[in-house]
Design a protein around this ligand. Sequence first.
Ligand code: HEC
Ligand code: HEC
Ligand code: HEC
Ligand code: HEC
Ligand code: HEC
Length: 221
Amino acid sequence: MESGSEKEALFPPWTNTVLRVVLACLVLGAAFTFTFLFIFVRSPLYTGQFEPVTQPIEFDHRHHVGDAGIDCRFCHSTVETAATAGFPSTEVCMGCHNQIWNQSPLLQSVRASFYSGRPLVWRRVHELPDFAYFNHSIHVNKGVGCVTCHGRIDQMPAVMQQSPLTMSWCLDCHRDPKPNLRPHDRITDLAWQPSDPQATGDRVATNNHLHTRTSCTTCHR
Ligand code: HEC
Ligand code: HEC
Ligand code: HEC
Ligand code: HEC
Ligand code: HEC
């Protein structure tokens, strides 16, 4: 019987080198892909942060909140009572705009919506995946203000997402919400800051019977 080594090799020796190079490429490629994804999912590019969203109607919070001084809850009227903040109906816009700027071409589609009964359609700026549960009312009622999560809406020509909205962002606050709390009468006051965050946080936390909520079922139900 002939021994195996004398037989002509099924693969010539140079294929070993090729194999090593291919393996090395695969390992490096995988490492690169993971590193890239790891960084990418945390970058604003992926989270959609800081990108102003243009709307079908040039609605400007700077005019309405900043100049006209309208409270957020006038338009986002379910923010204190429901999971969603809600968007204003055409009737809410027309409550003012049948009087002021009622000839403005910028408001043409608002008037069209009013007379046709077809609701306005806004492009979403913030949107969590379906498997994550969020609720506005509990945050607002426990003392977390709009500005903490949404930033200076009153200074944005078009609304953009200020916070990453990642799970670690939610959890960072849920582990220790106190520094982010404010009295109820300052919830929609975007410019207000506590002079003593520690004392304010302690006081609001006690008044509102605050809990830390970090179990998975809080947000995945
Ligand atoms: C006069 C009505 C009005 C007032 C007052 C108002 N908003 Fe809005 N808001 C809108 C409309 C209309 C949109 C949808 C168009 C857009 O995104 O600009 C919107 C969009 C938003 C969005 C983005 C929603 C999304 O798609 O994710 C946020 C956040 C927001 N408003 C926060 C606020 C805050 C905070 C205040 C108070 C400081 C406020 N708004 C006051 C009418 C209003
Ligand atoms: C409480 C009154 C009020 C409500 C409600 C209101 N607006 Fe206005 N809006 C104003 C005022 C005041 C101005 C002018 C602000 C300025 O020029 O500084 C204005 C200006 C505008 C302009 C700019 C018009 C132009 O020709 O420059 C647009 C567009 C507009 N509003 C859209 C809307 C939409 C859409 C809604 C409903 C989601 C809405 N507004 C609800 C008071 C209101
Ligand atoms: C703890 C953080 C947090 C606070 C505080 C907060 N929001 Fe939001 N807001 C979010 C998140 C997260 C979303 C996206 C929700 C989703 O996709 O289900 C959102 C979405 C919205 C939307 C889009 C419509 C909706 O309900 O999904 C509006 C409008 C809005 N917020 C307005 C406000 C206003 C006004 C306040 C203050 C009275 C406020 N938010 C306070 C985190 C917050
Ligand atoms: C800046 C602080 C802050 C951020 C950011 C925040 N939360 Fe909260 N969250 C709170 C506070 C405070 C409470 C109330 C805790 C309590 O029950 O006393 C709360 C409560 C909740 C509750 C209700 C818990 C229950 O059992 O009823 C849910 C759900 C929730 N948060 C989801 C989220 C999600 C999802 C995100 C991220 C998209 C988020 N939160 C971001 C502060 C925050
Ligand atoms: C305070 C709210 C909150 C809590 C508590 C929470 N999550 Fe999440 N989780 C989220 C949000 C919001 C997202 C979506 C974030 C995104 O798309 O970047 C998410 C995404 C995820 C995902 C999808 C993969 C990912 O990272 O995007 C998994 C898996 C997950 N959570 C598991 C868990 C487990 C397991 C726990 C308990 C140890 C937990 N979560 C607790 C809010 C929460």
